[in-house]
Design a protein around this ligand. Structure first.
Ligand code: ADP
Ligand code: MG
Length: 474
């Protein structure tokens, strides 16, 4: 009988073979996703040190590749936190390595995006990536020439240079070659920048395309939303695996202290009530829990009704003023109303929904609604019809708000969460979860109601005018 052979696969090898999982489905998507991932890293890095982001992106033509694709050099520069030199190789050359696994809102999630772009560039052009960065704390700028050892999921450092940082520059520049179809990707890329500018109104974004055309989105404000704070896990979102990890690292010597130190919003009284509910002694040492007790604990955590809901300081929604500023700046509508919901939760993850509705003026006239979807300040541009917001809009009774189907109306939905319920790793659309759907629907009803009042007033003014002009005739 034939022998079965077994092998292990590294994370980068997995994503090398399944690159469409991360959005690299074809040569036009690839170039779009590569830009997007590095812009997001730049925005995250600037916001981390509370500096209004300045992002500079340049895509330049290098060579023809195939009939429809070209080799481009992608250059993305930010004025963010920079990275300490010892982390640079892995941050750009090791898949599933990152600094954003903490429990707070960020654009990055998996430690994947930036590297996938570098990896895709490497397998399509066989060239190394250049990363230049400084944290501004030392007077040095570090430059690395890197490739990824895909089979072992390790960075290969081809060269490393140190320069003097005379002007206290801080930030990161990443540069690598990538094969793609820019012409086909162009509309999506420009739309991406426009929408990124809308939901990050405090950012300057510059883009130079392969033809040398310069696009600029200028910030409308230097005001930035409150940064998110790192938080503890909420009891409703904790499972056996996580409990075991807490038990491993805990210094707590009894159950009450254990619950108070590792769980979000659990104080002495709640801990006591919960332990009664669960049937565990408060004095029990968590390290002594049996496997059965851990399973029971995890089940009880989900069933106990008296935990306080998570608070939202691990989130950083834009807020109504900034959302308004962003929409005004990019759409310049005749009428605009925005609204933010109170924080809510699904499966122990806090989230906030904020929406806006814009009418007339610069709102694109497409003969229907234009929907702008955002999650953690990232625009979502693909698979609109599968998104929960699209479904909510489809199920609303718009006549009630005096809205006609052909009116120039833009609807903006932004959801922030420590765990955005994306359906795919490529961050394309938001799953239809009852809790999320309800929040979006309620918020859209709120802004639509106000739009309805505006439209009624407008209609009234119009008929008044008509009446007066008829009088004037006589
Ligand atoms: P993710 O953003 O999901 O964490 P990435 O592969 O995009 O994954 O990036 C990996 C890590 O590298 C980030 O978590 C961050 O710490 C660091 N990083 C990437 N780009 C930058 C940048 N422009 N400035 C500072 N740090 C960065
Ligand atoms: Mg990233």
């Amino acid at each position: 009988m034939a022998q079965t052979t077994f092998e292990e696969m590294s994370a980068s090898d997995f994503f090398y073979r399944n690159r469409d999982i991360a959005g690299f489905t074809n040569s036009s998507r690839a170039i779009f996703v590569a830009i997007r991932e590095h812009v997001e890293n730049g925005l995250d890095a600037a916001e981390r040190c509370r500096i209004p982001p300045d992002i500079y992106v340049r895509l330049s033509f290098e060579a023809e590749a195939t009939k429809d694709t070209q080799i481009y050099k992608l250059h993305v520069e930010d004025n963010g936190s920079g990275i300490q030199p010892r982390f640079i190789p892995s941050a750009f050359g090791q898949v599933l390595y990152g600094s954003k696994y903490k429990l707070k809102q960020t654009r990055g999630t998996f430690g994947l995006g930036g590297k996938m772009a570098v990896l895709y560039g490497q397998i399509t052009t066989h060239q190394a990536a250049m990363v230049t960065s400084s944290t501004g704390e030392s007077n040095k700028i570090y430059a690395f020439k890197l490739m990824i050892d895909i089979q072992r999921n390790r960075p290969i450092i081809l060269d490393r240079k140190v320069q003097i940082n005379k002007d206290n520059w801080h930030g990161t520049i990443i540069e690598f070659n990538i094969e793609g179809d820019y012409l086909r990707a162009m509309p999506k890329i420009l739309e991406y920048f426009k929408q990124t500018a809308m939901v990050n109104p405090y950012a300057n974004i510059t883009f130079v395309d392969p033809k040398g055309r310069l696009y600029k989105w200028i910030r409308a404000t230097k005001e930035m939303p409150e940064p998110p704070k790192e938080t503890l896990h909420h009891p409703y979102g904790v499972d056996v695996e996580l409990l075991q990890r807490f038990i491993m690292i805990t210094t707590a010597t009894n159950m009450s202290e254990f619950l108070r130190t590792h769980f979000h919003r659990v104080g002495g009284i709640t801990a006591q009530k919960f332990l009664e509910f669960c049937g565990l002694k408060p004095s029990l040492n968590p390290k002594k829990l049996s496997h059965e007790e851990i399973v029971k604990l995890s089940q009880s955590l989900k069933r106990f009704k008296e935990f306080l809901p998570p608070d939202a300081n691990c989130l950083s929604p834009l807020g109504e003023d900034l959302l308004r500023a962003g929409i005004m700046k990019e759409l310049n509508p005749e009428y605009l109303v925005v609204h933010q919901r109170k924080p809510s939760t699904y499966a122990g993850h806090p989230f906030v929904v904020e929406t806006g509705i814009a009418y007339g003026g610069g709102v694109p006239k497409t003969g229907g609604f234009v929907l702008y979807r955002f999650a953690n300040r990232i625009p979502l541009l693909y698979d609109e019809a599968s998104d929960v917001s699209f479904r909510v809009i489809g199920s609303m009774n718009w006549r009630r708000y005096k809205v006609q189907p052909e009116m120039p109306i833009a609807i903006v939905v932004h959801i922030c969460s420590t765990k955005v319920p994306y359906k795919t790793v490529g961050k394309e659309f938001i799953a239809d979860r009852a809790e999320v759907r309800r929040e979006i629907a309620n918020d859209l009803r709120e802004v639509s109601r106000q739009l309805g009042h505006f439209l009624t007033r407008q209609e009234h003014v119009k008929t008044e005018k008509k009446r007066l002009s008829i009088f004037a005739k006589y």
